[in-house]
Ligand binder design. Structure first.
Ligand code: CA
Length: 225
C-alpha cells in the first residue's frame, strides 16, 4: 500500500518514512501544502499522514480541500498543538485520526494500520486465491497454511494480482503502486520481481499461477483442477 507523508521537518519526515517503509508501505514524502494537494491529485494513496504546521499553510486547509474534491482517503493528522479546539476542528474537517507530537514511531505505524482496517474502506484485509492467503495488514503470505517469506515488493506484486484475480494488471499500474516518486526505477524491475515471486509460489506448491501477458502485464489465475 502507498502512503503520502506531508511533513516539513526533514528529520521527522525521514523517521516516519523509514518506520512506515519497514512496516511494508511504499511512502512518498512532501513538505508543503501545495505539494500535498498536487500529489493527491496525481497519485492514488491508501492513506495520508498530514502535519498541520506547514510552511505555506495549514494542514487543515489541505484536508478541507481534498475532502471538498470528494477524496475520501483516510487521513492521520500530526500536530504539535494539543489544543482541544484544533482536534475538534480537524475531525470536523474530515481527519480520521490524530497523533500529538512527539509520538513513538511504533504508535504511528499502529494507528496507520488501524486507519487502513476501518470498515467502509474498499480494502480487503485478507485476500485469498486457491491455497494462497495474503494478510494485507500483517503483511504475510501463506501457501497451504505455511508462511512464505517475501520481500516487500514481491508481496506488493502478489497483493495487486490477488486483488484483480483473473484480470490483467498492467505493468505500468504495478510500477505506480510499488515505487515512490523518489525511487530509481530500472526498466526490468517489475519483470524481475514477478519472476522471483512466480518461482517462490511454484516452489511452495501454490495453486494459483502468474501468467505474463506480453507487452501488457500480468494476471493471476487458479489452476484448473
Ligand atoms: Ca511542521
Amino acid at each position: 500500500m502507498r502512503l503520502l507523508v506531508v511533513e516539513d521537518e526533514k528529520r521527522i519526515a525521514e523517521l516516519v518514512r523509514a518506520a512506515l517503509g519497514r512496516a511494508g508501505f511504499v511512502v512518498d514524502t512532501v513538505g508543503t501544502a501545495a505539494d500535498a494537494v498536487a500529489g493527491l491529485a496525481l497519485a492514488t494513496y491508501d492513506a495520508v499522514i498530514l502535519d498541520l504546521g506547514l510552511p505555506d499553510g495549514d494542514g487543515l486547509g489541505v484536508l478541507a480541500e481534498i475532502r471538498r474534491l470528494g477524496d475520501s482517503t483516510p487521513v492521520l493528522v500530526l500536530t504539535a498543538r494539543d489544543a482541544v479546539e484544533d482536534r475538534v476542528l480537524g475531525l470536523n474537517t474530515g481527519a480520521d485520526d490524530y497523533l500529538i507530537k512527539p509520538f513513538d514511531m511504533s504508535e504511528l505505524v499502529a494507528r496507520t494500520k488501524a486507519l487502513l482496517r476501518r470498515p467502509g474502506q474498499a480494502l480487503g484485509v485478507v485476500l485469498e486465491a486457491g491455497n494462497v492467503i495474503l494478510d494485507t495488514i500483517g503483511r504475510d503470505v501463506r501457501v497451504a497454511g505455511t508462511v512464505v517469506p517475501l520481500p516487500r515488493r514481491e508481496l506488493a506484486v502478489l497483493e495487486h494480482l490477488m486483488r484483480r484475480l483473473g484480470r490483467v494488471v498492467p505493468k505500468s499500474v504495478l510500477e505506480d503502486k510499488l515505487y515512490g516518486i523518489d525511487d530509481e526505477l530500472e526498466s526490468n524491475a517489475i519483470p524481475v520481481h514477478v519472476s522471483h515471486l512466480r518461482k517462490k509460489l511454484i516452489d511452495a506448491g501454490a495453486t494459483p499461477e502468474i501468467h505474463t501477458v506480453r507487452g501488457v502485464g500480468y494476471l493471476l489465475t487458479e489452476k484448473a483442477r
